[in-house]
Ligand binder design. Sequence first.
Ligand SMILES: Nc1ncnc2c1ncn2[C@@H]1O[C@H](COP(=O)(O)OP(=O)(O)O)[C@@H](O)[C@H]1O
Ligand SMILES: [Mg+2]
Length: 281
Amino acid sequence: MTSTIEPGTGAPVLSVRDLHIRRTADGADLVRGIGFDLSPGGVVGIVGESGSGKTLTCRAALGVLPAGCTVAGGRVHVAGLDLATLGAAELTQLRGATISAVFQDPASYLNPSIPVGAQVAEVVRVKKGLRRRDARRDAAELLAAVRLRSPGLVYGQYPHELSGGMLQRVLIATAIAAEPRVLIADEATTALDVTVQAEILDLLADLRERTGLALVVVSHDLAVVAQLCDEVLVMRAGEVVEQGPAERVLQHPEHEYTRLLVDEHERYGLDRFLAPAEAGA
Ligand SMILES: Nc1ncnc2c1ncn2[C@@H]1O[C@H](COP(=O)(O)OP(=O)(O)O)[C@@H](O)[C@H]1O
Ligand SMILES: [Mg+2]
């Protein structure tokens, strides 16, 4: 999967238009009017406090809202396909193959009693329709591609033998196994220590550059967003309060809430990520 298109240009691979998500039990509108376009190689960031609707937005983009929540308005297009028009089987096919995701707490997505290599191979086998031997070869390559040290050793290890950062790399390997065009990373580095977090972000940036993978990066950490994203959406209580080029929004926030977030993060060294020398590095 080599992209010949300039990063962030070309027809959107993910397009969210005026999305509304409702909780059916009480009719509460949990997400109201979010929208963005993501082109091949582009990176959009979603920031905002806990409970602001970031994860629900991601799940709507994946076509898997939790039970009790429904799309009450707007549209999600993935690679030109309107999710609302797709059946369950088509959505399952789309997930993994075209749009994929990694979340916080990677261990919960792995079977504790099966070596991780075999689990990656199984995803490859199912999603790419490969024979077992070919799937094993692909899985080994994927573990190397996510820059696990000693991928051959890791292949045969069980989840409990691996660190959080290694587990997240394994999950990223399964998420990119079928060469999706969009990868959603929803707080994917939140639980990791700073060094490991930086390594994983670097890996995502590298995948984007090498393969034209488009990214949705959800984080409550503005430094993460500043480092990686072209565009940023600032969410609060189900709404986007500010949206625009990451540098503009983070350096010259217009909304009071964004200013508050930026102020909170100054002491964590946001400046360092906003330095021009860092851009595109
Ligand atoms: N499965 C669910 N059932 C009912 N309400 C939910 C469910 N998931 C999320 N919510 C509510 O929707 C709002 C947004 O949640 P979420 O998207 O998870 O926020 P964030 O990811 O920004 O922390 C919250 O108020 C949350 O309580
Ligand atoms: Mg969340």
